[in-house]
Design a protein around this ligand. Structure first.
Ligand code: GDP
Ligand code: MG
Length: 590
């Protein structure tokens, strides 16, 4: 089709408002995907996504559509639905000229609706408003239209014109043709810049173990041909494009793609870090003068320690996730492990849960501090049952004994000598004599956070936050000693005025969580050399066989097996066996 008949668009929505359902319907109605080959939801094709019901990795689909006897090519570019991935969302939107804004007509405008609208407006997209779920008895499309139209000084208000909003039921297939018609009529075609030097925007990439990295891109300017020597302007790497193609939504090879088109390429690229989202692809022999705007390096927000020999698993993960950072860490108490950095808690959860099934964690209630901002370090608390489920899976698959530490944010430490150092590992905090002050990250919760949290069962309502910057706080390092040994992974950075309370609560919690040993075990919280709280486990002699009489050998075996299982996920700290839960204890304090 001529470039004037190409339309590139995304669907943006708050979680659960029907983005995937609508995408599926569009694919069906345009005959792109036969009903029988539709899985539950085609665009969310990772099992994990289906499990969690959110879109993490975005992809694209090309649809053929005839409108008033004219053939059109509609490229749908999917976007992830969570703030941890707002950079990825902004890059997919930058690959489009328009967006469908889907709002659940029984719910109205929500936090992520707003965040997405801002990203769409920043990218100058034509926004088509879709009021979804009008089949529901509770749907109030007129009221929701008013809500969308409201203008004012509050950030809660969008102020978009709803006079042409489309009433839709993605589930029942109502309004789908109107949506397709509006895409053709309202979304502008891409500008024709096929003669310029190539500039293609990467909006997604993933690692395929057989073909190397597969790069999804939109050609902004110029032309790309199979076999071209291409150059990635941010990473500085060059490759030969062995294969290029379109997504229909399965990969379909073509020989060339022009300005305005959306496709994929494979070029035996070994790691996604060489072809990161937001990078510009140009021709090696005819380089564009300027790369496309908006490229950003990933900055991890949350760190945690994973103690086990996981290098292979982590390296594999990194091939597919350019945002994952990790470095080896050794701890006197824990031995060898890794410190991993994640974009945010959801990213951490997904990385851990997904490839390699590392470990998973579920986060809830942050603590409110002065004003409407929250101390980022208070975000995580861990749901231990899910954590243990995944730990078991991981141990089975990798045959290892994994201990993970409580996640920590990155602190900025201003040193006496004028240096500023970043610290994500409490045990690596510069000594009090060396530091002048410590700053910690603050986040702002988007929308009516606490009300949403109460009214929803889904944990990720709590995750709608954005980073607002670093602020100085009066912080100290709280150490824990078990049986006289300092246990690095249990060290935490706490507000000074809370230190005594935390120290007391933490030692009590550890006393509950650590099983009694055959000798007395003191558990102490210290700040520097000063002990601020102290508990002790009393000694026990636990002979599981003492209750068995005589020769019941199977019963004996059973008991011994049970005792062995009980020892799992314990870490020997000196002579004391410390269970995994204890390393998360700090997250469980009231
Ligand atoms: P997403 O998170 O925005 O991708 O939302 P989904 O497409 O996964 O939809 C969330 C839930 O809403 C699913 O249970 C869908 O079946 C349901 N849903 C989506 N569209 C409609 C609709 O038009 N009517 C009704 N009743 N339910 C819908
Ligand atoms: Mg979805």
């Amino acid at each position: 089709v001529p470039i004037s008949n190409i339309r590139n668009f995304s669907i943006i929505a708050h979680i659960d408002h029907g983005k995937s359902t609508l995408a599926d319907k569009l694919l069906q109605v345009t005959g792109t995907v036969e009903k029988r080959e539709m899985k539950e939801q085609f665009l969310d094709n990772m099992d994990l996504e289906r499990e969690r019901g959110i879109t993490i990795k975005l992809q694209a689909a090309r649809m053929r559509y005839v409108n008033e006897k004219q053939p059109y090519c509609l490229n749908l570019i999917d976007t992830p639905g969570h703030v941890d991935f707002s950079y990825e969302v902004s890059r997919s939107l930058a690959a489009c000229e328009g967006a469908l804004l889907v709002v659940d007509a029984s719910q109205g405008v929500e936090a992520q609706t707003l965040a997405n609208v801002y990203l769409a407006l920043e990218n100058n997209l034509e926004i088509i408003i879709v009021l979804n779920k009008i089949d529901l008895p509770g749907a109030e499309p007129d009221r929701v239209s008013q809500e969308i139209e409201e203008v004012g000084s509050s950030l809660q208000l969008i102020g978009l014109d709803c006079s042409e909003a489309i009433y839709c039921s993605a589930k029942e297939g109502i309004g789908i043709n109107e949506i397709l018609d509006a895409i053709v009529k309202k979304v502008p075609p891409p500008p024709d810049t096929a003669d310029n030097p190539l500039r293609a925007l990467i909006f997604d990439s993933y690692y395929d173990p057989y073909r190397g990295v597969i790069v999804y891109f939109r050609v902004i300017d110029g032309t790309i041909r199979k076999g071209d020597r291409i150059y990635f302007m941010a990473s500085g790497k060059d490759y030969y494009a062995d294969e290029i193609g379109v997504l229909s939504p399965n990969q379909l090879q073509v020989d060339e793609l022009y300005a305005g088109e959306v496709g994929y390429l494979s070029a035996s690229i070994r790691s996604v870090a060489d072809a990161r989202v937001g990078d510009t692809i140009t021709q090696y022999g005819r380089k564009a003068v300027q790369s496309l705007p908006g490229y950003k390096e990933a900055t991890p927000m949350v760190f945690c320690g994973l103690f086990a020999e996981l290098r292979d698993a982590l390296e594999k993960l990194q091939l597919n996730d350019a945002a994952l950072k990790f470095e080896p860490e050794t701890s006197s108490a824990m031995g060898f492990g890794f410190r991993c950095g994640f974009l945010g808690l959801l990213h951490m959860e997904i990385v851990q849960f997904h490839k390699g099934d590392l470990v998973t964690a579920n986060y809830t209630l942050p603590v409110k501090t002065r004003s409407t901002d929250f101390v980022a370090s208070k975000l995580p608390t861990i749901s231990s049952s899910r954590l243990f489920k995944s730990l078991e899976r991981l141990e089975r698959e990798y045959n290892l004994n994994l201990i993970t530490t409580a996640p920590s944010v990155v602190y900025q430490v201003n040193c006496v000598n004028g240096d500023t150092v970043e610290c994500s590992n409490p045990s690596a905090l510069p000594e009090p004599g060396r530091r002048k002050s410590i700053e910690e990250p603050y986040v702002k919760m988007v929308g009516d956070f606490f009300d949403q949290l109460k009214s929803r069962s889904k944990g990720y309502a709590s995750m709608e936050y954005s980073f607002v910057g670093y602020r100085e706080s009066d912080l100290v390092k709280l150490d824990i000693q078990i049986n006289g040994d300092r246990v690095d992974p249990l060290a935490t950075i706490v507000h000074k005025d809370k230190a005594y309370a935390v120290g007391r609560a933490l030692t009590q919690k550890l006393k509950e969580l650590i099983p009694r040993q055959m000798f007395k075990v003191p558990i102490q919280a210290t700040i520097g050399a000063k002990v601020i709280a102290s508990e002790a486990l009393s000694a026990i002699r636990k002979d599981v066989l003492s209750k068995c009489y005589g020769g019941d050998i199977t019963r004996k075996k059973k008991l011994l097996k049970k005792q062995a299982e009980g020892k799992k996920r314990m870490k020997a700290i000196g002579k004391v066996d410390v269970p995994q839960e204890a390393f998360m204890a700090v997250l469980k304090l009231e």
